[in-house]
Design a protein around this ligand. Structure first.
Ligand SMILES: [Zn+2]
Ligand SMILES: [Zn+2]
Length: 160
């Protein structure tokens, strides 16, 4: 069974720092229901970190990524998208005392969640759905006449 947390045993950490790579199960992200509807994990949370103890802090640098199935906010189509943060840089306080375990899962979770767009798009130029008939305009124009305030429609008419 995979561990749902990335725990660092500070006492056993190499003084020169260590590289930690691996993958947490998708559940580690703990998405709330609303976000989970737009972003469905399609794989684990992968990480590649450099961790070093400096004073009473654990310096964490590196990257995290995770694949998702997303719903486009314009056309409602489903698409695969990778959340990633290549510039994780965090300083996590180490509890005082001889034995200390630091959970880096929250840093990874934040890195992924903060890379979520507020309006996921299947592609930047997604044409969305026709406001009248609901046709997916990415598959071509629908039969609806262009709205009077549709500037592009007006240009089309000039062309014709
Ligand atoms: Zn779309
Ligand atoms: Zn239409």
């Amino acid at each position: 069974m995979e561990a749902a947390h990335l725990i660092v045993d500070v006492a056993r950490l190499d003084r020169e720092g260590e590289r930690l790579t691996g993958e947490l199960p998708a559940e580690a992200l703990e998405l709330d229901a609303a976000t989970g509807e737009l972003f469905q994990p399609a794989g684990g949370l992968r990480y590649d970190l450099r961790v070093q103890l400096l004073g009473e802090e654990l310096l964490v640098r590196g990257q995290a990524s995770q694949q998702f199935r997303c719903l486009c906010s314009r056309c409602a189509g489903s698409f695969t998208w990778e959340a990633r943060d290549d510039e994780i840089a965090a300083a996590v306080a180490v509890p005082p005392g001889g034995e200390a375990f630091v959970d880096l899962t929250p840093e990874l979770r934040d890195a992924i969640l903060l890379s979520f767009p507020s309006h996921p798009l299947c592609r930047t130029d997604c044409r969305g759905l026709c406001a009248r008939c609901g046709a997916d305009l990415n598959h071509g124009r629908c039969g609806c006449a262009p709205a009077p305030d549709d500037r592009w429609g007006a240009l089309d008419a000039l062309d014709g």
